[in-house]
Each structure stands twice: as C-alpha cells, then as structure tokens.
Design a protein around this ligand. Structure first.
Ligand code: GDP
Length: 445
C-alpha cells in the first residue's frame, strides 16, 4: 500500500505535465485516485467522502486551479489535509489532575487494552518519573486480571489486586482509595473487553467513568480493524467523553487507514501507537509521520521537493539582476532558462509563460515532442559562437546556415528559435528583475 497513492499521483502528475492549467475535470481525475488510495488503506467510506470533499474545496479554490504546476499543488493540498486530519503535532497524556490522575482504558476485547495499560505505566515511569498503579475491572475473564498482574510487574509498576467476584465499581473505588493513600501519581484502570458493542457493558464503563472521573479516557483500537473501526469508535464516542486514542498493532500489516477513520469519528487526538507486543512497543503518536506512512506521502513530499529543487534560485537571481541592471538578456540567458525548465523535470509549469508555439504544443500527448524540441534548441544555441550568443543581431544568413548545419537542423528552425528568443527578451524587459524572480518561484511551487 505504502506507495500506492504516491504512485498513482506521480503517474497523474506526469500525465498532467502537458496541461498548462488545471480544470475541474482533471481535479476530478486526481481526486478519484486519492479516493481509491484511501479506500485501499482501509479508511472508512464516509470518512473518505468527507476528506475528498475538503480536498476538493481547497483544490478548486485558489490553491490548485490556475496553479502553474497543478499536480504538485494538489499533492500539497492532499498532504496538508491528511496531516491536519490525523491531528496536529504530538499530544502526550494529560496528567493535570489532583493525584492520582486516573486513566480509564476502553475498547473492544483483543484491542490491546491490557498490554497498553502496562506499556503506558512503563512510559509514565520512565519518561515522566511517575508512581503508577494499575487495576483490572475486568471481572468476566479471570485470566484478564492475572494478565494485567504479569505485565504490570514487567513494566515496573504496582498492581492492585481484584477478584472476579468483585463488582467493577467496588474495584474502582478501592483502587482509587489505595492510590490516594499511598501517594500514587497515576492510576490506570483496565476494563472488561467487549467482543462487540454491548449495551450492558457500555453502561458499566459509563458508571466507572462517572465514579473515577478520569483525566484521560483512552479508546484503544486495533489498527487492523480497518473499516470496522469506525463503528466501534462511534459507539465508544457516544458512550464516553474520549480524551485520546491509542492505535495498536501498527507493526502488523495494517494499512493504517483506521487512524484517519477513528480520528475523524471521535474528534479525539491519537496519542499513542502500539508497535509491538513487547512492553516497550509504544510510541508517542506523530501525526505527520503517520500521515506519511499511511499513504506513502513521504514519497510525494520528496517528489514535490525534487521539483522545487530543480529551480536553481541562485541562477534565477543572477538572471534577474542582469535584466534589472540593463545588461540585456542574451542567448546564453535563454539557454540557461531552457535548462532550468528541463531541471524542473517537465515543461508544463512554463508552457503558458513561453510566448511561442511551444505553449500550444503543451497538450499531454505532445510533451515528449516538446522535450525533444528543447533539446534541439539547446543544440542550436550550442552551435553558436560565444560572441553570437551575446550578440544575436550578428546572425545573418550565412551564420545561420553554418549554425543550422552544425546543429543538424533546417535554417527555419534557427529563425524560429531567434523569434522565440526575441519574444522572451521583450517579456523580460517588461517584467524587470522582480517579475522574473516571482515567475521562477511560481514555477517551483
Ligand atoms: P485486550 O483484550 O484489549 O486487553 O487486549 P490484549 O492487551 O490482551 O491484547 C490482545 C493481543 O494483542 C495480545 O496478544 C497482545 O500481545 C497483542 N497486542 C497488543 N498491542 C499490540 C501491538 O501494538 N502490536 C502487536 N503486534 N500486538 C499487540
């Protein structure tokens, strides 16, 4: 999956190089690719629809339509929106409560609540030097209480005993009381697993919440749940005021799309990611990085950067200074302008700025031809002497014939190149230096 979206978009970007301007039609094409990629990443359908609608709105606004490099601009929009949807930056646990700060763990059975309880305990001990107590309110599965005991010991935290015969609310009260009297900073309460959404169990966890008044209510969800994650998330969000999400089993072959679904449905930040079964397999969730991981956006960002790198700002500035200082724009500058375009990896950005028949040729089927043409133009200029490049007005018939022969082209082509050069020269004069810099910058972005 990791490369699917970037592959799809790169392909489209390549196709679109031939299109000088983006239209509502090609935005639709691109959005279809984004949509497919998200669905393949197991993002829930309603979430995909929302996401696409937001991207479309921005894409049809100023950001993409009319942009000189629409493919890259859309990629930028998707990337930004994805990262924003995943959450901004990193959010750690909130422990701003009268100690003990209570953390309530909620989620389906098998989601990884017990494992995560111990991982969090270890995280709080190691990174935040807290004194941590854990307790299990899962009275339905005796093994669950024992499991918590084992993993809590491994985490180096303390475990508060509970019995299958106890009532969950009594366990919670007793553990809270113990934590208070023994000056624990944090109490983490593991709760009964649900195989599916179960009203009785939902009522129970609501009561636990009311009694414990947790500062954090964490919804633990298995990243492998894929499309189903959205329903589970909805049910827990309706039952409890969730303060955060832990996305487990990201080390598996999950496509990670659950992150987008769960985050969208609950509105709660994803705070941690489980990345192994081991006690240290917990990472503070980094939305930017995960956005990259889920949809292979790392590649796309690299793609955008590559294009921006292609524009040599120093060379552009030198050219701009030259024009401004009245030194004139000669064929050497024209040549460096052409090679700049080539470095950008495509010509579409400049096509509608080029006052020539090249712009008319910018249909996508003709892109290869346009590239070849640029190489011919280079060949022609290279066949000139340095003096001729500085003073094109010297180019009379005999010199043109010599140049044409040297470059292996017809004399008409030399004439055409000189026409294009003159047009560009005229444009450069009009734009002055500042205009040129602006134009080069736009080409990069
Ligand atoms: P609970 O029923 O919600 O308490 O789930 P458990 O904590 O018992 O976890 C269920 C299974 O998932 C166990 O086998 C865990 O070892 C495993 N597990 C939990 N978190 C992760 C994780 O981040 N990565 C991997 N690979 N396995 C995990």
């Amino acid at each position: 999956m990791a490369s699917t979206l970037s592959d799809r978009l790169s392909r489209l970007v390549k196709q679109m190089r031939g299109q000088a301007r983006i239209t509502e039609n090609n935005v639709q094409d691109m959005l279809r690719e984004v949509r497919m990629a998200l669905l393949e990443a197991d993002v829930a359908l309603p979430v995909v629809r929302d996401f696409i609608a937001r991207v479309k709105e921005r894409a049809l606004g100023q950001e993409v339509v009319g942009s000189l490099s629409p493919g890259q601009a859309l990629v930028g929009v998707v990337h930004k929106e994805l990262a924003a949807t995943m959450g901004e930056g990193v959010s750690d646990l909130n422990l701003a409560a009268q100690p003990p700060a209570v953390i309530l763990m909620a989620g389906l059975q098998g989601a990884g609540k017990t494992t995560t309880t111990a991982k969090l305990a270890r995280h709080l001990i190691q990174s935040r030097k807290k004194k941590v107590l854990t307790v299990s309110a899962d009275v339905y599965r005796p093994a669950a209480i024992e499991q918590l005991k084992t993993v809590t010991k491994a985490a180096g935290a303390e475990w508060f005993p509970s019995q299958p015969s106890d009532k969950p609310l009594d366990i919670a009260r007793a553990a809270l009381d113990h934590a208070r009297r023994h000056y624990f900073d944090v109490l983490i309460v593991d709760t009964a697993g649900r195989l599916a959404i179960d009203e009785a169990l939902m009522a129970e966890i609501r009561e636990l919440h009311a009694t414990l008044k947790p500062v954090e209510t964490l919804f633990v969800v298995d990243a492998m749940q894929g499309q189903d994650a959205i329903n589970t998330a909805k049910a827990f969000k309706d039952a409890l005021p969730l303060t955060g999400i832990v996305l487990t089993k990201l080390d598996g072959d999950s496509r990670g799309g659950a992150a987008l679904s769960v985050r969208t449905v609950t509105g709660a930040p994803i705070k941690f990611a489980g990345v192994s079964e081991k006690i240290d397999g917990l990472e503070v969730f980094d939305a930017q990085r995960h956005a990259g991981r889920v949809l292979g956006m790392g590649d796309i960002v690299a793609l955008v950067e590559e294009v921006q790198k292609g524009v040599d700002m120093a060379a552009a500035q030198k050219l701009a200074d030259k024009v401004k200082s009245g030194d004139g724009f000669d064929l050497n500058d024209f040549l460096s302008q052409i090679s700049q375009m080539k470095k950008m990896g495509g010509l579409s950005g400049l096509m509608d700025k080029l006052p020539s028949h090249l712009a008319a040729k910018a249909g996508q089927a003709d892109m290869d031809r346009a590239e070849r043409e640029v190489r011919r133009m280079e060949g022609i200029i290279n066949a000139m002497t340095p003096l001729e490049r500085r003073k094109p007005e010297l180019l009379k018939a005999s010199r043109k014939r010599r140049i044409a022969a040297g470059a292996g082209v017809q004399v008409q082509e030399v004439n055409r190149l000189l026409n294009q050069f003159e047009q560009m020269q005229g444009m450069m004069k009009k734009m002055k230096g500042g205009g040129l810099m602006k134009m080069m910058k736009r080409m990069g972005g």
